[in-house]
Design a protein around this ligand. Sequence first.
Ligand code: F6P
Length: 323
Amino acid sequence: MKKVAVFTSGGDAPGMNACIRAVVRGAIYHELEIYGIRYGYDGMIRGDIFKMSSNSVCNIIQKGGTMLKSARSMEFKTKEGRKKAFEQLQKLGIEGMVAIGGDGTFTGASIFYEEFGIPTVGAPGTIDNDLYGTDFTIGFDTAVNTALEAIDKIRDTADSHDRVFFIEVMGRDSGYIAIQSGIGGGAELVMVPETLTSVDDVISTLKQGWDKDKTSSIVVIAEGEKEGNALEVAGQVRAQLKEKDLRVTTLGHIQRGGTPSAADRILASRLGLGAIEGLMNGQKNVAVGIVDDKLVYTNFMDAIKKEKPLNPDLIRMVNILSI
Ligand code: F6P
């Protein structure tokens, strides 16, 4: 293998730049020619591909977002789109790729490998931490810290006004960001899709707190919560607790931006180097990950499909610590 490419795809995540840097520098260290593809699969289809050097990735390790840009490509979901992408790679003689992204990115890479045989190693980059085969995904730690900072600030105003706040955090169908930011932020309750929490449970937890003279409360809700989003849950609670002053905050995309944490930069660097070295050593159709501090490679389909359950101890802990 002489020529390889790297791209980022799907939702951006803090630390993606550190990962790109590690892939590029790792490739150059091992005397490979390395190309960057802008805008993920869309850019691959358009041929938005350029040669990278060690200098291309100077001064990016500390930056959020992705210097290669990102997109959620609809065209790559079609066979014609993927054929165009393959032709663009062929033109440049690209023989392998590192794909930095989440489940959509890995699904695309896996189909592409089956159809056109281009070996790809994925590096898990998503704030959601919803991929099997790695303890943490790139961007998760920073997103949790961003959510936590917001929760701390909301706590101040909640306390001043004796209010109940419902705070919605991202995570798609996963409750990882919610559980970690909820524990770190001292929430009274965390609602995650992985466990059942009814509106009645919410009301009784809040009442328990008031009975013990708590004057304000924080409920963290994962965006994928089955009882509804924060506005809907708050609406149902409000209907039964008319005397209480409730507010709703949806943190949204601020969780995707910002300077990556130390943990994310280090994780991204390890995964980036692991991805490029794996590719060189014949790995394909797999995602690199770190489990128990060891580099591992997991088949794309397992990384996407296998369940990554929340630690039940964490859920139990929220209930104990919020009494
Ligand atoms: O996968 C990352 C993520 O931020 C999810 O947490 C969220 O559900 C989704 O992407 C939002 O996607 P978009 O930026 O396309 O609205």
